[in-house]
Design a protein around this ligand. Structure first.
Ligand code: FAD
Ligand code: UDP
Length: 369
C-alpha cells in the first residue's frame, strides 16, 4: 500500500479545498508546492502588522451560497466592499461604471440623462450584433468616452496587445449600472477573511502532510511513487512537457513599499488607466481590513510578458490557445489516476469562488458523497 491516497501538486486554493474534502472522506493527502508557502496566489505576508496580498489584491465575492457557507466554516469574513477608483489625467473617477462615474464625466445627474448620453456615445457601435473582440464589445457596451478613458489604455497595458486582438469576454466582467452604487461586484456575498487568507488555507489543509520548496518536475518519479492518485494544479502544458507547444500566459510584477505615513491613497484599490503609468493599479493593503496603523504598505502592479521561470498569473483564453488547450485536455483524459484542477491546470480565468466550486465538484465526483 502506498503511503498516501493523493499527491496534491500545488497548495493553492484548489488543492487546499480538494485536500480537505479528501481527508473528510478518509483519504491521506500529501500537498507539495514549489513555493516556500502554501496558499498559492491568495497567500498573504505580514509586513509590520499589515497583511500584504503578496500576489495581487484578492477580494472574495460570490453569489454561490454553498461556496460562501463553505469558506465561512473556516474563517469569518469582514464587511469590506470593493469600490475601486480610476485615475486618468489628474482626475479620480468611481468604478465600476455607475452614476458617480457618469456625472463626473459628463455632468449628468439622472439615470435618464446618463442613458441618453451613452446612447449618443454608442452611436453606430450599438448595432454590432456579435462583437468580434474586446474593443467592439466595449464600444457597444459603453461607447467612445468610457472606452477611451477607462478601458483602451488599461487593457492594452494589462494584456500587452491591442484591444482588437483580445477576446470580448474579458470586458464582460466589468459591471455597468445606472445607480449611484460604487460596489464593484454584483454578488450577494463579499468580504476579506478576518485574520487573512492564510487562516482559510490553514483550516483547509489541517491534517495533510505538506512539503514546501518542492517542484513536482524535479522529483516526479519519487513523488508519484508515494501516492495512488495525483491531483495536479500546475500548468497543464508543463505537465505534458510542452509536447504540443507552450500555452500563453500573462504575468505580473509586484513592487511592495512600506511607507512611513498613515494613509497613501485613502482606498484599497486605485487603477491607473493611462498608458503613461507603467503599472495598472496601486493597492493599499490596510484598507482591506480597516487598519489604523501609523504606517502603510502599498503595492504597484506591473503587467509583464510571461516567459518560462516567471509566474503565469493569467491564462490568455483566445482561439489559438483554446485549440492547444483542447489537445492537452485530450491527453489528460487518458490518465485515469491524475486529476487536473484549478486555474493553471484548467487554463481558466477562475475567481476564488469558481475555484472553490470546481474543487468541491471534483471532490464530490471522486468520493461519491
Ligand atoms: P494557484 O493559486 O495559482 O495555486 C497553484 C499552486 O501550484 C501554486 O502555489 C504553485 O506554486 C503550485 N505549483 C505550480 N506548479 C507546481 C509544480 N511544478 N510543483 C509544485 N507546485 C507547483 N479571485 C477573486 O475571487 N477575487 C480577486 O480579487 C482576485 N484577484 C486576483 C488577482 C490576481 C493578480 C490574480 C492572478 C488572481 C486573482 N484572483 C481573484 C483569482 C484567484 O487567485 C484564483 O481563483 C485562485 O487563487 C486559484 O487557485 P489555484 O489553486 O487554482 O491556483
Ligand atoms: N479593465 C479596464 N479598466 C479598468 C479595470 C479593468 O479596462 O479600470 C479591463 C481589463 O481589460 C481587465 C478586465 O477589465 O483585464 C478585468 O478587470 P478586473 O479588474 O475585473 O480583473 P482582474 O485583473 O482583477 O482579474
Amino acid at each position: 500500500m502506498k503511503k498516501y491516497d493523493y499527491l496534491i501538486v500545488g497548495g493553492g486554493l484548489f488543492g487546499a479545498v480538494f485536500a480537505h474534502q479528501a481527508m473528510a472522506s478518509g483519504k491521506r493527502c500529501l500537498i507539495i508546492d514549489k513555493r516556500p508557502h502554501i496558499g498559492g496566489n491568495i497567500y498573504c505576508e505580514e509586513v509590520d502588522g499589515i497583511r500584504v496580498h503578496k500576489y495581487g489584491a484578492h477580494i472574495f465575492h460570490t453569489d454561490n451560497k454553498e461556496v460562501w457557507d463553505y469558506v465561512n466554516r473556516f474563517v469569518e469574513f469582514n464587511r469590506y466592499t470593493n469600490s475601486p477608483l480610476a485615475y486618468y489625467k489628474g482626475v479620480l473617477y468611481n468604478l465600476p461604471f455607475n452614476m458617480n462615474t457618469f456625472s463626473k464625466l459628463w455632468e449628468v445627474n439622472t439615470p435618464a440623462e446618463a442613458k441618453a448620453k451613452i446612447e449618443e456615445q454608442r452611436g453606430e457601435y450599438a448595432d454590432i450584433e456579435c462583437p468580434a473582440n474586446l474593443e467592439e464589445q466595449a464600444l457597444k457596451l459603453c461607447g467612445k468616452d468610457i472606452y477611451e478613458i477607462f478601458i483602451k489604455e488599461y487593457t492594452e497595458k494589462q494584456w500587452g496587445r491591442s484591444a482588437t486582438e483580445l477576446p470580448a469576454f474579458i470586458i464582460k466582467r466589468i459591471p455597468f449600472r445606472f445607480t449611484y452604487d460604487n460596489n464593484y461586484f454584483n454578488d450577494g456575498y463579499q468580504g476579506i477573511p478576518k485574520g487573512g487568507y492564510n487562516v482559510l488555507i490553514q483550516g483547509l489543509t489541517e491534517g495533510a502532510d505538506v512539503l514546501l520548496n518542492t517542484d513536482y518536475f524535479k522529483s516526479r518519479a519519487e513523488l508519484d511513487a508515494l501516492a495512488d492518485h495525483v491531483l495536479y494544479t500546475g500548468c497543464i502544458d508543463e505537465f505534458f512537457d510542452f509536447k504540443y507547444g507552450h500555452l500563453e500566459y500573462r504575468s505580473l510584477r509586484f513592487e511592495h513599499e512600506l511607507m512611513n505615513i498613515s494613509d497613501f491613497q485613502g482606498n484599497a484599490v486605485v487603477n491607473y488607466n493611462e498608458r503613461a503609468f507603467p503599472y495598472t493599479r496601486i493597492i493599499e493593503h490596510k484598507h482591506f481590513e480597516f487598519g489604523c496603523q501609523p504606517h502603510t504598505v502599498i503595492t504597484r502592479e506591473f503587467p509583464s510578458d510571461f516567459f518560462v521561470g516567471c509566474e503565469p498569473y493569467y491564462p490568455v483564453n483566445d482561439a489559438t490557445n483554446t485549440v492547444l488547450l483542447n489537445r492537452y485536455k485530450k491527453l489528460a483524459e487518458e490518465l485515469p489516476n491524475v486529476l487536473f484542477g484549478g486555474r493553471l491546470a484548467q487554463y481558466a480565468y477562475f475567481d476564488m469562488d469558481d475555484t472553490v466550486a470546481a474543487a468541491l465538484d471534483m471532490a464530490r465526483n471522486s468520493f461519491k458523497y
